[in-house]
Design a protein around this ligand. Structure first.
Ligand code: ADP
Length: 395
């Protein structure tokens, strides 16, 4: 059984992340990224053991990239060990509160959800259909970003809008990054030696996309993202929360369309928008260190909004067993973590500068002994997808 592998696919609009994992041990045989799909510069970068490789793609669409990945798996003598394929699917709507073993019927149902995530779900489905064509004998599983948040109470998921928009048009808060929250909450409970169903956590997932979540008795009870991943925290290029009045204001003032404004809010805002330099936190920290005022401001706005949201999410918990940082920034950027915890002194948090510098002690703890626990826990969404795929494909 330990020689069984799962292929994990994460199809984006012009990219495809893939990994082949042993679901029980987490051992990763190969991982890679196909980029610039749809252009004549499409390529695949991948890593086997510690060695990195790059190949150019002749057929540079999603199906071409998946064919090339399959060829690669044959070359590496991995294909025959793969027993299932797990897909990251962004939106499961209200229909899917758990991962799903895909069949012809539920695939049809899945297609009806594309209006909820028009930029993401159709490309996720392309991946499923490409595998149906290329490796039809393998079972496939969909793992949804939204599923973990289906436990949100009505008060947290309803917008204060006419109720019929919820009833007739599915307008509500769904939340995303659920696979990461599920992995990190399970891992944190095990690190803290607590039963998950008696654990109360605040988790900040800070990557290119950023969100935060309140977990009560092991389930999601509030989160910062909403109908789409644009709501909530400031992110690499997304604005997060803004006054909805901004939309007509910018349209009129700049004489642009609503889709232009959406482009600004999704791709030109956040850390990039304020700094004018980059959406990449490492570059911003470097610029801030060299005295760039706007880079520094971008980091301060970013951290303040996170702290403000964490304070708001805390009202859904009876107590905070731990505040957990995860994602590229959460796991690595001690400056942002320090700023956030400084703002959260009201909740009793006090950072241990020494522990924070090393991204935590052996348990990931970065707060002082007298403070509530704040810790760093690395996420692993691919492993969670591989585990779900393994579970659902065991006959
Ligand atoms: P994604 O959401 O695409 O999975 P990641 O979780 O990899 O993104 O996070 C990317 C972010 O993490 C970038 O802003 C990057 O600068 C930041 N990051 C990665 N490593 C570090 C580091 N050592 N210090 C500060 N920021 C880092």
């Amino acid at each position: 059984m330990t020689h069984e592998y799962t292929l994990v696919l994460n199809c984006g609009s012009s990219s495809l992340k893939f990994a082949v994992l042993q679901p029980l041990t987490g051992d990763c045989a190969i991982q890679g990224l196909a980029e610039r799909l749809g252009s004549d510069q499409a390529s695949i970068s991948y890593q086997v053991n510690e060695t990195k490789h790059k190949i150019l793609l002749t057929q540079g669409d999603h199906q071409g990239a998946i064919s090339a990945v399959i060829e690669l798996l044959k070359e590496q003598a991995l294909l025959q060990s793969i027993k299932g394929v797990g897909h990251r699917v962004v939106h499961g709507g209200e229909a899917f509160s758990e991962s799903l073993l895909i069949n012809a019927d539920n695939l049809k149902q899945l297609k009806t959800l594309s209006h909820l995530a028009p930029l993401h779900n159709p490309v996720n489905l392309l991946g499923i259909e490409a595998i149906n064509t290329l490796l039809p004998e393998l079972p496939q599983v969909a793992v949804f970003d939204t599923a973990f948040h289906q436990t949100l109470p009505e008060a947290a998921y309803l917008y204060a809008l006419p109720y019929e928009y919820y009833e007739k048009h599915d307008v509500r808060r769904y939340g995303f990054h659920g696979t990461s929250y599920r992995y990190v909450s399970e891992k944190s409970a095990s690190i803290l030696n607590k039963p998950l169903n008696e654990s109360h956590f605040l988790i900040a997932h800070l990557g290119n996309g950023c969100s935060a979540c309140a977990i009560r008795n092991g389930v999601s009870v509030d989160t910062s993202m909403g109908l789409t991943p644009l709501e909530g925290l400031a992110m690499g290029t997304r604005s997060g929360d803004v006054d909805p009045g901004l939309m007509p204001f910018l349209c009129e003032r700049l004489n642009i369309s609503t889709s232009d404004v959406m482009d600004i809010l999704n791709k030109k805002s956040g850390l990039l928008g304020i700094s004018g330099i980059s959406n990449d936190m490492r570059e911003l920290q470097q610029a801030a260190e060299q005295g760039d005022v706007r880079a520094n401001l971008a980091i301060e706005v970013f951290a303040f909004k996170i702290a403000r949201y964490l304070g708001a999410l805390a009202v859904s918990l009876p107590r905070i067993d731990a505040l957990i940082f995860t994602g590229g920034i959460g796991e690595n950027d001690r400056f942002t973590r320090a700023l956030i915890l400084e703002h959260l002194a009201i909740l009793g948090f006090e950072i241990d500068g020494q522990l924070n510098k090393t991204n935590g002690d052996e348990h990931g703890r970065i707060s002082t002994q007298s403070s509530p626990i704040a810790m760093v826990v690395a996420t692993n969404e691919e492993l969670m997808i591989a585990k779900d795929t393994f579970m659902l494909t065991q006959a």
